[in-house]
Design a protein around this ligand. Structure first.
Ligand code: THU
Length: 160
């Protein structure tokens, strides 16, 4: 038996095609790349969460001279939201980056560890997080749930 995994996602040619709420979220994510601490990779990443109550929380990647200690913007953000606003669900997360040594024009895509963390967040709160991915300009990719980015994922269910 063969099976197939597929999911729908949206591509927009530019930020201007997003609705006003999502446009302003992605604008914040783009601006916030300035606050990254990425002296080693020079790859400044930003993630901004839009919470249920309409507030936003912004985070960036935080690197370290001991490279594996560094943490991605998406997981910095999940920890920040869970700590600062533990009772507010994340509705949408916008992610952007500024590659100081190259191009920043195509959409970013979260790394595998961040996908796993996002999945845990969705499972924990039984709530999906819409993900908006972009660079400093150009196309914008939107997925309805982080879960879509991680087929065959491992979760607490698998330990029952
Ligand atoms: N990084 C993120 O923060 N998020 C991503 O989605 C991809 C990668 C960071 C990790 C590291 O600080 C730098 O980007 C280069 O990999």
């Amino acid at each position: 038996m063969q099976k197939e995994f597929s999911f729908k996602y949206e591509i927009f040619n530019s930020i201007d095609e997003l609705n006003s709420e999502e446009k302003s979220l992605l604008e914040k994510a783009r601006q916030n790349t300035e606050n990254a601490y990425a002296p080693y990779s020079q790859f400044n990443v930003s993630a901004v969460a839009l919470l249920e109550n309409g507030t936003t929380i912004a985070a960036t990647n935080q690197e370290n001279a001991s490279y594996p200690v560094g943490i991605c913007a998406e997981r910095t953000l999940l920890s920040a939201v869970s700590s600062l606003q533990p009772n507010q669900l994340i509705k949408t997360m916008a992610i952007s980056y500024h590659n100081l040594n190259g191009n920043s024009g195509k959409p970013i895509s979260p790394c595998g560890i961040c996908r796993q963390s996002l999945l845990e967040y969705e499972n924990r709160f039984q709530s999906s997080v819409k993900i908006i991915m972009s660079g400093l300009g150009g196309e914008v990719v939107v997925v309805e749930s982080a879960k879509q980015l991680l087929p065959f994922s491992f979760s607490a269910e698998d330990m029952k």
